[in-house]
Design a protein around this ligand. Structure first.
Ligand SMILES: [Zn+2]
Length: 84
């Protein structure tokens, strides 16, 4: 997995991209404290389990994949990631 930062809130997650439609995201910290989008929606009463993901994070992943910073994984299962 590769570390990716949300360009909106700076939250870092580990991402493994298998295909354009299949991306696996591993949160390194509690989503509600790490991401303002999650904390805002949690404050409105939504459970973080009901929130699919932060839209800016989603977009950051797509952009960085497009820019070539995120290579497609040839593996069929996630491997443990690590921050530098
Ligand atoms: Zn975010």
């Amino acid at each position: 997995m590769q570390p990716i930062s949300c360009r909106n809130c700076g939250n870092r997650v580990l991402v493994e991209k298998y295909s354009n439609e299949h991306t696996s995201v591993q949160w390194l910290s509690d989503a509600e404290s790490a991401c303002p989008e999650f904390s805002r929606r949690a404050a409105l009463g939504e459970s973080s389990r009901e929130i699919p993901t932060c839209p800016s994070l989603r977009q950051s992943i797509d952009e960085q994949a497009y820019e070539g910073a995120l290579a497609l994984s040839l593996r069929s299962y996630p491997t443990p990631g690590r921050l530098d």
